[in-house]
Design a protein around this ligand. Structure first.
Ligand code: SF4
Length: 175
């Protein structure tokens, strides 16, 4: 016990250094997303996340949008607990047989206008799990998908860029 305590005091923690912070680039991305949401909706964006069978790697990147580094809530973006309050359904993972009905019901419960964003390679076509007996394929098998954001997993910056493109497209604006 004493040895462990000494090791903890004398050695640096076994964690990776935090990434370089590019505050300016992040602020620009967030401002563009906020402007696009306000153009299209007249307010900021509400997002409901649905895990259709993910390994949770994509969730880690989505959760990062809310951490102290990205801190999207300071800009008014919200991850909401109910699809009835959402503009965007952010769906991760391959579509598993067990989650198909839940995803369809979540889609039905989301008011118009709504968009479905499929996050990660698995959400496109099943990805790593495509041949599993438990998997039906990509998210589009069950619900119409407006945007795919590829990657295994995609970075938070890539997710933000995808949301901007989606809202720009929906409001007929390009920049
Ligand atoms: S895309 Fe990669 S990180 Fe995301 S659910 Fe599939 S295997 Fe996991």
């Amino acid at each position: 016990m004493r040895k462990l305590l000494l090791q903890g005091l004398l050695h640096a923690p076994l964690t990776e250094p935090t990434p370089e912070s590019d505050e300016a680039a992040l602020a620009e991305l967030a401002d563009r997303l906020d402007a696009a949401a306000r153009r299209r909706l007249g307010r900021s964006l509400s997002i409901r996340e649905v895990d259709a069978g993910s390994c949770n790697g994509c969730e880690l990147e989505i959760h990062a949008l809310n951490n102290a580094f990205y801190d999207l809530e300071r800009l008014g973006f919200r991850f909401v607990a109910s699809p009835r309050h959402a503009d965007v359904l952010m769906v991760t993972g391959p579509l598993t047989k067990n989650m198909r009905e839940a995803l369809e019901r979540t889609y039905q419960a989301t008011p118009d206008p709504k968009w479905v964003v499929a996050i990660g390679d698995c959400a496109i076509n099943g990805g790593e799990f495509a041949n599993s007996y438990a998997v039906e394929g990509g998210v589009a098998v069950a619900v119409p998908v407006d945007l795919h954001i590829p990657g295994c997993p995609p970075t938070p910056g890539r997710i933000l860029t995808g949301l901007i493109a989606l809202l720009d497209h929906a409001s007929g604006t390009t920049n």
